[in-house]
Write a protein that binds this ligand. Sequence first.
Ligand SMILES: Nc1nc2c(c(=O)[nH]1)N[C@H]1C(S)=C(S)[C@@H](COP(=O)(O)O)O[C@H]1N2
Ligand SMILES: [Mo]
Length: 492
Amino acid sequence: MVAGTLAIGSATLLAGIVTVLGLAGGQPSPVAAVAAAFIDRTPPWLKDFAIATFGTHDKLALLVGTLVVLAAVCAVVGLLSRWRATVSLSVFVVVGAIGLAAVLSRPGAVAADAAPTVAGVVLGLWYLARGTQPATSGGAGNPSRRLVLGAAIGATAAYVGWAVGGGAARATASRLAAVRTLRVRRRMTVPEGADLKLPGLTPFIVPNDEFYRIDTAFVVPRLDADSWRLRVTGMVEREVEIDWNALQDKEMTEALVTLTCVSNEVGGDLVGNATWTGWPVRELLAMAGPRPGADMVLQTSADGWTCGTPLGALTDDRNALLAIRMNGQPLPFEHGFPARIVVPGLYGYVSACKWVTELKVTTFAADEGYWTPRGWSARGPIKTESRIDVPQPFTDVPAGTVAVAGVAWAQHRGVAKVEVQVDDGPWRTARLAADASIDSWRQWVLEWDAPRGSHTLRVRATDGTGQVQTGTSAPPAPDGASGWHTITVRVH
Ligand SMILES: Nc1nc2c(c(=O)[nH]1)N[C@H]1C(S)=C(S)[C@@H](COP(=O)(O)O)O[C@H]1N2
Ligand SMILES: [Mo]
C-alpha cells in the first residue's frame, strides 16, 4: 500500500507540474483518469443509484470508492509479494497499465501525458521490489519508520499535485481578467413580487454557489478564456470560429431561464433559476448558414461530453444563449466557464453544454449525444412539474394558518395555475408570484387552515397552453420524471 501511495503521489505531483507548465495535454492524476473513464462506462442503473444515494456528492463518493478499491488491490499485491515477488510485481504493473490506458483515453490526451504515470509506476515498483527483498542485516533501518515515511511522502505529493494541477491560480487570474463591460441589448430585471420571500421557500433566483451541479466531469475543467475557441462545423455553408474577445464584443441578451436535470425526481432539487447573459445562438448559427436537411446540433465540450439539440430550438425566437454570465458574474468553473449553452424548455442533458467548444450542425439520424446510447431519450423537452418546499415532509406544524408554498415550472410554456389538494379534498387554487418569464419557474403559496391530525398535501401545475400536469408517475429515465409531488405533515 505504501508502494501504491508513492506511485499515485508521484504521478499526481508530476501531472500537476506538467499541467501548470502547459506541457503535454495536461491530464490530471491517473486516479482521476480512471474515475473519469469509469463514469463514461457506468451502466444507467448504477448512475441512477449513485445520484439517488449521493446526489451532487456523487464525485466525492466515486473518488473515495476508487481509492478504496486501489487500497484493496495494493493490499493483495502486498500479500502476493510474500508468496512470489515476480507475481506481485506483475500485478502492480497491470494496475499501472490500467491507469496509463485511462490517462491516454481521456479527451485531449497526448502521448507525453503518459510520462507522469509511467514514472509513478516505476517508483512504486522500485519501492515494492526493495520491500520484497529478504531483509539483510544492517539494511534499510527501522522498517515501520520507513513505511510511515514512504506513505507520508506519497500522500503529500498527491495532495500538492492535485491542488497544483487544478490550475486554480492560473485560471482564476485569467477569469478575473475576463470581467469586462458588455453591451447588453436587452436587460432582464426580476419583476417586483416574483419572489415571495417566504421562509423555507427556494429563492426565485438561485445564487451561483447554491445552484445544482450535474456533469460527467470528474475534475472540473478550468479553461483558459484567452485560448478558448468555439467552432461551428458540419452541415454549414461556411465554418465559423469565435474566440473570447470576439464573443465579448457581441451584443448580449439577458434572459431568466430555469435549468432542469432530466434525472430530477418528482420533488427533487436538480432544478434552478438564474439570469443568463449571452449571445443568441441563432446569430452564431446564422453566420455559418445551416444547410437544408440538418435537424440537430451536436454540442461538444472541452472534456469530450456531447449533447444533441434540435436545430429549431437554437434558431427560433426563444432565448437560446451562448452564455458567459450567470447572475451577473462570469460563469463559475463548475457551470461552464468561459461559455456554455442555455436553451429554454429542454432538459440540460440535451441542451446545456458547459465548457462548449464545438457546435456541429448535423442530423438526429447521423449523430447522437452522450446520454442517448446510455438509455436516455434523444429528445428531452422539460415536463411541467411543481414542488412543495414548505412545509417540509414529515414535519410537525402547529394548527392554524399554514403557508404551503413552492415552485412550479413549464419552461417556454409558462405556468398559468397551481393547485393544491389536501387529503382527498377539492383542488384549491394557490396564489402565484408575479410572472417573470415563460422560461423561468414561478413561486406559489396557499394559505391553509390546518386542522389537527396527519395530512397529505399534493400539488399540480397548469401550463400556459392550458395543459394540466400529469398525475401519472414516471421515473426519470428515459425522458424525465412525472407525477404530483405529495408530502405528509402532522398538525398538532
Ligand atoms: N460539458 C458538460 N456539459 C453539461 C453536462 C456534462 O456532463 N458535461 N451535463 C448536462 C446536464 S445533464 C445538466 S442537467 C446541466 C446542469 O448544468 P449545471 O451543472 O450548470 O446546473 O448541464 C449539462 N451540461
Ligand atoms: Mo441533467
